[in-house]
Design a protein around this ligand. Structure first.
Ligand code: SAM
Length: 201
């Protein structure tokens, strides 16, 4: 079936890599994830994953969520980052998250990403991440309005609504929860949702 997802068509892999790297370098000190997000995901993971021995966060920029999840989940978590800046940060490896390592297959309890909108091939990407997940593991993928921007470019290359994310994950896997997180800043309320995705029984 032909995909109906909104995806920017890169001319080459070099264009994709250069765009991601340029944006990463420009925003290197920024953080997207909130403390509230980390606390909500930690609480859910502790209550719903039987044992967390190894986790991966994908597209981590300066590795903040890696550091936070290692602390709160008290386990071995690493991060992937496509940009060469990865080497500056502890427990972060330079890797395109579409290219999973063979030793990760069926071996990961916890996966988290808020960078799914940077995937050049979301259907393939979610399959790769889910391949790594153990039977009882959970893959957490963040969605907010930031993930449904109107104008795509070579860096922010995939946009979809909350319902489209849900439908994509439910095609082959199960969204077992949608964790909603709200934050009020300067009288405005911002809402985000984290999809908790598992393998079927
Ligand atoms: C929105 S930022 C991440 C923000 C960070 N997770 C946070 O919460 O502050 C997206 C990051 O994903 C990285 N990225 C983009 N495509 C990637 C890929 N294919 N593999 C690994 N990292 C990628 C970008 O370089 C960028 O640092």
């Amino acid at each position: 079936m032909e995909s109906i997802l909104r995806i920017y068509k890169h001319k080459s892999y070099e264009e994709y890599l250069a765009a991601q790297t340029k944006k990463n370098v420009r925003k290197l000190s920024r953080r997207w994830i909130w403390g509230k997000d980390i606390r909500a995901i930690t609480k859910h993971a502790k209550a719903n994953i039987p044992s967390i021995d190894f986790g991966i966060c994908h597209g981590v920029r300066n590795g903040l969520e890696v550091h936070e999840f290692r602390k709160h989940l008290e386990t071995n978590i690493i991060g992937t980052e496509i940009s060469h800046t990865a080497t500056q940060f502890e427990n972060v490896i330079q890797l395109d998250f579409h290219n999973i390592k063979s030793e990760w297959v069926d071996n990961v309890d916890f996966i988290y990403s808020n960078s799914f909108d940077h995937s050049s091939n979301p259907e393939y990407c979610v399959d790769q991440w889910m391949k790594c997940l153990k039977k009882d593991g959970i893959c957490y993928i963040h969605w907010s309005k930031d993930h449904n921007i109107r104008r795509l470019d070579a860096a922010d290359c995939f946009a979809a609504t909350r319902d489209e994310y849900q439908a994509l994950f439910n095609q082959k896997y199960h969204v077992v929860d949608e964790i909603e997180v709200k934050r009020v800043k300067r009288n405005r309320t911002y809402k985000r949702v984290v999809f908790a995705i598992k393998h079927g029984s």
